[in-house]
Ligand binder design. Structure first.
Ligand code: NI
Length: 169
């Protein structure tokens, strides 16, 4: 089922999420809904709080449905290793049409559970590393605008407030 993607400043987006302990039908259908909602919104990554569910679940597909093997589900993920730096533009489905350069680690290794509850580790570089860090931040209630300078953040927040006032957000 396609679910509405919540936009900033929806409070659930800034809250820490809960660990998933149930690996049954409910979690499976949450993951299915997240992929469906992400594709419908033309995104490459989505975290559960973005559809209003405060749980440690995120989905990523950099191939955008082209390569099934690139569908990644991370449940209860943690970054266990990070290396280097990269500075690239980043966006977020909860901030339509807003982009900013964000510094991230060049490579990260994550440890997570799949939809069956099995633990696995996975490394990512470049865009995948960025996606891991962006999505796992969401699970901590941290948004990409929290990772830029105060000056740039204030400018973006000003722009968003104007859009909200104009009914265009
Ligand atoms: Ni995001």
């Amino acid at each position: 089922m396609i679910r509405a993607i919540l936009k900033y400043p929806e409070p659930v987006l800034s809250k820490k999420t809960e660990t998933v302990t149930d690996f049954g039908a409910e979690t499976r259908s949450l993951v299915d809904d997240m992929f469906e909602s992400m594709y419908a919104a033309q995104g490459i990554g989505l975290a559960a709080p973005q559809i209003g569910v405060p749980k440690r679940v995120t989905v990523i597909d950099l191939s955008f449905q082209k390569t099934p093997e690139e569908k990644i589900t991370l449940i209860n993920p943690e970054i266990v290793h990070r290396e280097g730096k990269q500075l690239e533009e980043e966006g977020c489905l909860s901030f339509p049409d807003i982009r900013a350069k964000v510094q991230r680690a060049a490579m990260v290794k994550v440890r997570a559970q799949n939809v069956e509850g099995e633990w696995f580790e996975m490394e990512g570089t470049e865009l995948l590393s960025r996606a891991f860090q962006h999505e796992i931040d969401h699970l901590e209630g941290v948004l990409f605008i929290d990772r830029i300078s105060k000056l740039k953040r204030d400018l973006l927040l000003h722009k968003i407030r104007k859009l909200i006032k104009a009914g265009e957000w």
